[in-house]
Structures are given as C-alpha cells and as structure tokens.
Design a protein around this ligand. Structure first.
Ligand SMILES: Cc1cc2nc3c(=O)[nH]c(=O)nc-3n(C[C@H](O)[C@H](O)[C@H](O)COP(=O)(O)OP(=O)(O)OC[C@H]3O[C@@H](n4cnc5c(N)ncnc54)[C@H](O)[C@@H]3O)c2cc1C
Length: 394
C-alpha cells in the first residue's frame, strides 16, 4: 500500500506538524499544513533533542542540516541550588558511543527552519493565517473549516495543534488541558554579556525547594538559554505563555548559585509558561482524523522529550499509514506510540517531584544518595528513552 495521491491536511506548523508533513510527503502523500500564525513561531527558546529524536531527523534526511545549527553539550550536570555538583552525566562523545547518535540542543527557531526546509523540499505546501474552527467527516473525506471562511477537504486530517488542540476537542472529545501547578520562565542571554566561561558546555540543572533552574548554551555558545521552573497554586491567564517582568523571575530565584544570579541580572525579556497536561486520552484517532505531538500527549518538560516524542510520532504515523492505509494506519500508530509516550509523560512528572524536594534535610540526603549511584546505573535509566530508534523498522 502507498499514500500516493492521498490528500492530507495537517493542522499546526510546530515541530510535530512539520515533521509529520515531511514524513507523509516522503511516502507519496499530497500534504498541506495549515497554521494559525502568520509565519513560523519564534517563541520557545531552547530545545534539547536526544538521540532517539535525532534518529528521526536522520530518517527524514535532515541530520546534516540539523547538525549545522545544533549545540552538542559535553554533559548533563545536576547541582543543588547553591551550585554544588550532585551528579554529572557525560553526553558529547559518550552519548554517541552509547546510543549511536548525539544529544543535541537547538534554538527552537533553528530546528523549525530545518524542518520547514525539509517539508518544502518534500513538496509540502504551507498555508499561514489559517485557524481551524470546525471539522467534519463524511465517507472517506474530512472537511476543515477555517476562521477566514475557507474550507478544505482531504482524505485525512492530522491535528498537530499543540497542548490546547482544537482538533482534540472537536474530533476526540478530549478533555481540556489542566494546569499542573508549575510555571516556567524561558529566555536567552547573549554570552558576551556574562563573565567568560561562567557556563560550561553542558545542560546544568540547579535544584531547589519547589523550583529548579536549567541553563545551557546555544548557537556555538553565543547564547545561554534558561528555563526556570516554579511550583505555583494557580494560573489565571487565558494564554499559556505571557510576557513577564524580569523582577518576578529574579525574585523567584533569589538565593540560587552565583552563575544563576549573574545570568538573571542580564535577562532583558522573559516569557512565563503555564505547564499544562491532560489525562491520557482514550484514543488518538477517530476515523480519518488523528493527533500527534502535544495535541495527544502534552508532558512536563522535565525529561526534555515533548518535541522528541512529536518527532517519533511523525515517523511512526507515516510508516503505519503507508503500510496499512489511513484508518488502520492511525490505529497501528497509536498502538505503537502511546505506551511509550505515556511512560515518558509519567517519568517527566516524577522528575518534577525529585528536582523540587521541599524538606532541606530530605533534599540533602536524597542528593547524597544520588551522588553515590554509579554513573553507569544513572545513565542506564535513560536507555529505554535515548536508545530507542523508531526508524529501525522502516
Ligand atoms: C519550558 C519548556 C521547555 C521545554 N523543553 C523541551 C526540550 O528541551 N526538549 C523537548 O523535546 N521538548 C521540550 N519542551 C516541549 C516542546 O516544546 C513541545 O513538546 C513541542 O514543542 C510540541 O510541539 P507540537 O508541534 O506538538 O506543538 P506546538 O509547538 O505547540 O505547535 C502547535 C502549532 O499549532 C498551531 N495551532 C494551534 N491551534 C491551531 C488552530 N486551531 N489552527 C491552526 N493552527 C493552530 C500553533 O500556532 C502552533 O504553531 C519544552 C516545553 C516547555 C514548556
């Protein structure tokens, strides 16, 4: 079976949407991506992309282009909030030796640009300023209605429209995403504004009471990306990311290690993200409508896997639809991807708990225990994640 000449609409031009569009077009489908924004979005700053996700970039033929804009960290380092090293996990050449592929970090805009270039090269058409508002299925056709009044028919429609997915609500009666009790500030600082060598080429996590701070370099070390997470009772805003004041951010991380303070001093602009989740969806597809990425499995970012899982979805969905046809293919995709995505969702939620231990005595003891675990065993716990290659079976 082939997808040749099948028309497929994708809603959303994020990481998952562009990768899915490319993978389907490479299987012969005629793909159009409809995005509500006027262009490819910049907001979001850094993304860590582990070897399992690099496998998909490679499968799509985008590894070389991605390598040009990737940063390769030498390690992931866990520290207590004062800066003392708790654990150091080697990445760099060690990740390649262990998993066969690198662990990378990207500016989200750079990765999106690579995926968009790949999509165009595969013949995908991208249509901006198209916000999906309604959907219907009749026989073998799916009709999408956009806010502009435009109506588009296709043989299948894939919702890659993120954590607040409209497709999920319309086609799968999915529950709205709920606030997880965590917020994250994200932003970038030019490295030239910081003392030289303040941040090594690593992903560093500073863990404190009810909060943690992550920093890593991007674009050849010219930018330092940060994610600062705090537990919070409520999220009143309508949107899920809003500009916030740098004073609020500095206040939340008062008392953290001096490199964190030095970085925060230089932050000029920051966005605050409410972190949302929803219960595991009973189904990821209905007839000829399916979901990929955050639309079907939003997760806390504490395993840095949201975009990675979206890339895996893209590969498996295209492979299964090409092998089994649209409806059976969507079901086979769900059978393959859902148990893994659910495991990762749960693992990320557990990490939130262990990063944020509140009792200082318990936290100190937990960090000591962690420091005593042999490195091999610590790395081993990520093997199921980083060592998995969805492209092995093509
Ligand atoms: C603080 C933080 C740090 C993170 N760090 C990492 C990390 O290091 N590594 C990692 O792998 N993941 C990370 N993630 C998760 C990652 O950012 C997301 O999982 C990933 O970007 C989701 O991609 P997506 O394509 O599914 O959705 P999105 O990126 O949300 O894209 C959805 C697209 O759909 C469009 N859209 C929405 N509704 C409509 C509509 N009705 N009509 C048309 N278009 C629509 C939107 O405009 C958007 O362009 C992090 C997340 C956060 C919040």
């Amino acid at each position: 079976m082939t997808l040749k000449d099948q028309e497929i609409s994708i809603i959303g031009a994020g990481i998952a949407g562009l990768a899915t569009a490319t993978a389907l077009a490479q299987k012969g489908a005629r793909v159009r991506v409809f995005e509500q924004a006027e262009g490819l979005g910049e907001v979001g700053a850094g993304l860590q992309i582990s070897p399992n996700a690099v496998a998909v970039l490679e499968g799509l033929g985008l590894r070389a282009a991605a390598a040009e804009v990737a940063n390769t960290p030498e390690a992931v380092v866990l520290r207590d909030y004062r800066g003392a090293e708790v654990v150091r996990l080697p990445m760099g050449a060690s990740a390649v030796a262990r998993y066969g592929r690198p662990y990378w970090q990207f500016h989200r805009a750079d990765l999106l640009a690579v995926l968009a270039q790949g999509a165009r090269a595969a013949g995908v058409e991208m249509v901006f300023d198209r916000r999906l508002v309604a959907l219907s299925q009749k026989g073998r056709r799916v009709t999408a209605d956009f806010e502009t009044g435009a109506q588009v028919e296709a043989d299948a429609l894939i919702g890659a429209d993120g954590v607040r997915s409209v497709v999920r609500g319309l086609a799968l009666q999915g529950q709205p995403a709920a606030f997880t009790g965590q917020v994250a500030w994200r932003g970038l600082v030019a490295a030239e504004r910081l003392p030289e060598g303040l941040f090594e080429n690593a992903a560093q996590v500073f863990m404190g009471k009810g909060r943690h701070f992550v920093a890593y370099p991007l674009r050849g070390g010219s930018l330092i990306n940060f994610v600062a997470v705090e537990e919070r009772a409520g999220w009143a805003e309508e949107g899920w990311n809003i500009p916030d004041t740098t004073e609020n951010l500095r206040h939340a991380f008062k008392g953290f290690a001096s490199p964190v303070q030095a970085l925060l001093e230089q932050v000029e602009e920051t966005f605050l993200w409410g972190l949302f989740n929803h219960p595991v969806l009973p189904r990821w597809s209905a007839g000829r409508i399916g979901l990929v990425g955050d639309a079907c499995h939003p997760m806390l970012p504490f395993l840095a896997q949201g975009a990675g899982m979206g890339l895996e979805d893209a590969w498996v969905l295209a492979r299964e639809m090409a092998a089994n046809g649209i409806e059976n293919g969507l079901q086979a995709y769900e059978t393959t991807c859902k148990p893994r995505a659910t495991r990762v969702q749960r693992g990320a939620a557990r990490n939130a708990w262990s990063y944020h231990l509140r009792n200082p005595l318990f936290r100190g003891a937990a960090h000591k225990v962690l420091a005593m675990v042999p490195q091999k065993a610590l790395l081993g716990q990520f093997d199921y994640l980083y060592g998995h290659d969805v492209t092995e079976q093509s």
